[in-house]
Design a binder for this molecule. Structure first.
Ligand code: X8Z
Ligand code: ZN
Length: 624
């Protein structure tokens, strides 16, 4: 069973859904012993109590095993993690199957919701009773994540442009390759770093295809058409309605994204010329300041107009004040305590990983964990002192604060009702990192003039708006993979088709026939569903709008900071404490007054920027 980012408990206790079960579902009943008495409400209630007790007992050891594996990748920790994952998948599948037998009963609301959560708790199910396939699935998922964590590019021969970035052994890990992508403006260096990282994922492809086969068989056994359908069923609405809803949200933000893409392409064209950035084509993916071209804030300097009053450079401010990783963590913690949340426990500081170890392989991709479902909360991150990681530290601690808030719930309700909430909490807090806040905490001496707002908004949009189509396409791809619409031979081409269609971003070269570029993104070998991040980029603005309304803020949304506002903290905590006990629509309404995902908050946040972008683009030919 797969650990989830943001919810280290091995069973994902989040996101329930009402899912119209297809004909496959009857197989469960067919397999039932005809002699057995029909299940009763009392049976269901007893089953749920037993399940909660078993999960609470088993998941702690599994979480600690996963923690050790991610912090010390080795042959033995992989072995232990695979065994543990196999055991938890077996348990999860058995519980999901039994839960299915109680679905048609007229159950008390909380029992019915727990039954639903049990059916949907696994990210990758295995076929029930197939011990061989379950073991194989566990081995594959452990290997995939470890090979991402250990991944290195070791240039051969003398032709490498990256020698000055390489480590002593001549190789570059993701950390070094990302440093190139973030800071270099030399297209040759950028291309080599971009291609170099994608050599790591080539061997993943056959394993990934086999994993899809096994997990799909598991999902079918649980009554779902495939794994993608199972994931889409996890949102308190029909699976198809969910898919339509994300398309609706994308339609609402697409004009803003397209305007940004057009402007950024034009500015990159000024820097790199027509040969590298043609004005009628998707933007080549290696030029956007991020290994996956998912957030573009790192190339703000290439895009900001000279005439625009400068805002501030957060990376420079952090360095000027001598901040280190611990200062960044403490600053984020203080934001939460200013809202009335308790300080993080001592053990958070004793047990977290904040810095990349020099002498061993770890999964550096940032994550937040609750090891005992009580207060053993931690983060695991290889922190760099820059604006991007300042944001990510807030993101991760947001996960911890949420985990702690819902730890008061029954075991099965200790989770989110919508995985987009988990990803939105810390991000929403980080929206309050305004110039006014930075001045208040002593990072910024003088406030930028009001006409610097456009630059600050552009910088923000290059992260938040640029992310939207990437957040959407990753699982559009996986949905196609799980449904069989994309076969292994087309995995890579299908990926680039979606990248071009949604992002207007393209591969900078002709991809090798054996390339498996999706595998170069953590969440693919890590098997973390990704639509959560698209949703979070909508929800965080909804949360922020509600928080600022509650604070009585009357100015533009992008200037609002809720720092120090305990009344907002209290109301926010009420929603977080609900955990997965209610639908996400109910939880959202408890905080915002409205029970549906709504893109108007992100639209109004960026409204001044949209007007400006449209003026900039007036004489340009946009699109690709
Ligand atoms: O994976 C993450 C977090 C951990 S849940 C660092 N994020 C996504 C990514 O890095 O791709 C946050 C933004 C999107
Ligand atoms: Zn996260």
């Amino acid at each position: 069973m797969k650990r989830q980012l943001g919810n280290a408990s091995l069973i994902v206790l989040g996101a329930a859904a009402i899912f119209a079960i297809s004909a496959c579902d009857t197989s469960v009943n067919v397999e039932m012993d005809k002699e057995e008495a029909a299940p009763t409400v009392a049976d269901a209630t007893a089953f749920v109590a037993r399940a909660e007790e078993t999960l609470a007992r088993e998941s702690e050891a599994a979480a600690r095993t996963a923690w050790v594996n991610a912090n010390f990748i080795s042959y033995d920790t992989n072995w232990l993690a695979a065994k543990s994952s196999e055991k938890m998948t077996t348990l999860g599948v058995d519980l999901a199957q039994e839960a299915s037998t109680y679905r048609d009963l007229d159950l008390p609301d909380d029992v019915a919701r727990k039954i639903k959560l049990l059916r949907l708790g696994l990210t990758l199910p295995a076929p029930q009773g197939d011990t061989k396939a379950t073991a194989e699935l566990a081995q594959i998922t452990t290997d995939l994540e470890a090979s991402y964590g250990k991944g290195k590019y070791c240039p051969e021969g003398d032709g490498s442009l990256l020698q000055s970035y390489a480590r002593e052994d001549g190789c570059l890990s993701l950390t070094e390759l990302e440093a190139v992508i973030t800071s270099s403006r030399n297209p040759g260096e950028l291309l080599e770093a971009w291609e170099g990282w994608r050599t790591v994922s080539v061997p993943m492809a056959p394993k990934y295809a086999r994993m899809v086969e096994i997990a799909n068989a598991g999902a079918e056994g649980l009554g779902f058409a495939d794994v993608g359908a199972m994931w889409r069923s996890n949102y308190d609405m029909e699976a198809d309605a969910f898919a339509e809803d994300v398309d609706r949200l994308w339609g609402e933000v697409k004009p803003l994204y397209n305007a940004l893409q057009c402007h950024v392409r034009a500015k990159l064209n000024e820097t790199y010329g027509n040969d590298v950035v043609p004005l009628d084509q998707p933007i080549p993916a290696h030029l956007l300041g991020n290994m996956w071209a998912q957030q573009w804030g790192n190339i703000y300097d290439l895009v900001a107009p000279d005439t625009m009053a400068s805002g501030y450079d957060l990376t420079a401010l952090l360095n000027a004040k001598g901040y280190d990783a611990m200062d960044m963590v403490k600053t984020a913690e203080t934001f939460f305590t200013s809202l009335g949340f308790d300080a993080l426990p001592e053990t958070f500081y004793e047990r977290s990983l904040f810095l990349k170890p020099a002498d061993r392989d770890v999964v550096c991709h940032a994550s937040a964990w609750n090891l005992d479902d009580k207060d053993d909360i931690r983060i695991k991150m290889c922190i760099k002192v820059d604006a991007e990681d300042f944001q990510t530290v807030h993101h991760e601690i947001g996960h911890n604060i949420y985990q702690r808030a819902y730890s008061i719930q029954d075991p099965l309700f200790r989770g989110d009702p919508n995985d987009g909430f988990h990803e939105a909490i810390g991000d929403m807090i980080a929206l309050s990192i305004t110039p006014g806040y930075l001045q208040e905490i002593g990072l910024l001496e003088t406030l930028p003039p009001e006409d610097a707002d456009l630059g600050i908004l552009l910088r923000q949009a290059m992260d938040k708006v640029a992310f939207l189509p990437f957040g959407l396409m990753v699982d559009k791809w996986r949905w196609q993979v799980f449904s069989g619409e994309l076969t292994p031979a087309d995995y890579n081409a299908g990926w680039w088709k979606l990248r071009e269609e949604y992002q207007g971003v393209g591969a900078p070269d002709t991809r090798p026939v054996d390339a498996f570029d999706p595998g170069a993104k953590f969440h693919i070998p890590g098997n973390t569903p990704y639509m959560r991040y698209f949703l979070a980029h909508i929800f965080q603005f909804q949360f922020q709008k509600a928080a600022c309304d509650l604070a009585g803020w009357e100015g533009p949304l992008h200037r609002c900071s809720i720092y120090g506002n305990e009344a907002v903290g209290e109301k926010f905590n009420e929603m977080m404490e609900m955990g997965a006990s209610h639908t996400w629509q109910e939880a959202l309404a408890a905080f915002t007054g409205k029970g549906e995902a709504d893109a108007t908050a992100i639209q109004s946040y960026f409204a001044p920027l949209k007007t400006w972008l449209d003026e900039q683009n007036a004489d340009r030919s946009c699109g690709w």
